[in-house]
Ligand binder design. Structure first.
Ligand code: NAD
Ligand code: ZN
Length: 361
């Protein structure tokens, strides 16, 4: 097992290892939790892993109530939160009753939001079950629900007491879910951790075959990279922005495609586009960009823009309201493992890169 300490608030640990799910009860006891516990999960995760999780919790003396949230982004909603409040209240959950968010990012976000607000906050434990949730959404304390068309618009910063990442659970993900999580994992290699990037390059086949040692290594490095970034900027006022590497053009592609190009795929394309901009500005070497493209392709991710025009993409790119009209904030690489934030990218260069990276060109 590996451990990452997140230096936020009182500090909390991320435990990463194979088979941790069955021991979750004793991990909770170790940080002083006991009595009742509420598990929030979805039908897929419950069917696959619910028994193992609940048995371990009961064996450690917890009285468990399980709430189910149906699968899908549309259930990250106020309606779901309202129902969960009722179920917590019916179970007579108290200020010390932990809420265990057992699922992917959707469950982590909505259950986290409920934990942040019920009785002004009850202990939250993240038990992430997708690669994306283990390397990204369970770390850093952002919890949220969607409101109408506004994604993640109602939320809070609320740090968990503990994160338990059992890498064995990743074995049942679809190849697409795995590669979506890999896009963000590769991102950490570029923004923060050159060693992780090199490891992915030499061990990708083991990762894709769900080798336990390889999964533990990449989840550990990625979680550590995210923890290091968020600890320097808890409330997302500046430095956390580097986590948006690949997300400026990526967001434009994801939205312009009507979300047919999913988030991980869009970020993959966005990372290539940001690197191409950096190459053309003389900041980054083409051979490093080639290494990135190669790795993304081997991870099953796209590196070219699907058939979408500049006119469709540019208006939907992520804007920073503090920056003058027409300008974008970009996170650009200087080397693998080293990025910086800039607003000095000319819109005409952005446009040209989008045109040149179109798969039809
Ligand atoms: N809070 C943050 O900082 C943050 C960061 C990034 C993303 N997010 C949010 O995360 C969400 C996306 O998360 P996601 O990609 O995990 O999606 P998800 O939660 O929808 O899970 C993806 C699919 O995998 C299934 N699944 C989960 N665990 C499984 C397992 N072990 N085996 C088999 N199937 C499993 C789920 O049932 C679901 O169908 C979005 O709502 C996004 O906004 C939040
Ligand atoms: Zn992302």
């Amino acid at each position: 097992m590996k451990k990452v300490n997140v230096r936020l608030g009182a500090g909390y640990d991320i435990l990463i290892g194979a088979g941790l799910l069955a021991q979750a009860g004793s991990c909770l006891r170790d940080i002083g939790l006991g009595g009742k516990a509420v598990v929030v999960t979805n039908p897929t995760v419950k069917r696959l892993y619910g028994d193992t999780f609940e048995k371990g919790l009961s064996a450690a003396g917890f009285q468990v109530s399980t709430s189910i949230v149906d699968d899908g982004e549309e259930h990250k909603s106020l309606e779901t939160a309202t129902r969960l409040y009722t179920e917590l209240s019916d179970f007579r959950a108290e200020r010390k009753t932990p809420l265990l968010a057992f699922g992917g990012g959707v469950i982590g976000d909505v259950a986290g939001f409920v934990a942040a607000t019920y009785l002004r906050g009850i202990p939250l434990v993240q038990v992430p079950t997708t690669l994306l949730a283990q390397v990204d959404s369970s770390i850093g304390g952002k919890v949220a629900i969607n409101y109408g068309q506004l994604k993640n618009k109602i939320g809070a910063f609320y740090q968990p007491k503990l994160v338990i990442s059992d890498i064995n659970l990743l074995k049942t993900l679809t190849p697409q879910e795995m590669s979506d999580g890999l896009a963000e994992t590769i991102k950490y290699g570029i923004i923060q951790d050159r060693e992780l990037f090199a490891y992915l390059g030499s061990h990708l086949s083991e990762v894709l075959a769900c080798d336990e040692g390889a999964l533990e290594t990449i989840v550990y490095h990625a979680a550590k990279a995210k923890a290091d970034v968020v600890a320097q900027d808890e409330l997302d006022l500046g430095f956390r922005n580097i986590l948006n590497f690949g997300h400026t053009i990526g967001h434009g592609v994801e939205s312009a495609s009507g979300f047919k190009t999913g988030h991980g795929r869009a970020v993959s394309i966005g990372m290539v586009a940001a690197c191409e901009i950096a190459v053309r500005m003389g900041l980054f070497s083409r051979s490093e960009l080639n290494r990135l493209e190669n790795l993304l392709l081997r991870a099953g991710l796209p590196v070219r823009i699907p058939n979408l025009t500049v006119e469709q993409i540019m208006p939907l790119m992520r804007h920073d309201k503090k920056i003058a009209r027409g300008k974008f904030k970009f996170i650009l690489p200087k080397a693998i493992g080293d990025v910086f934030i800039t607003d000095a990218v000319s819109p005409s260069l952005v446009e040209q890169v989008i045109i040149d990276l179109n798969e039809k060109t």
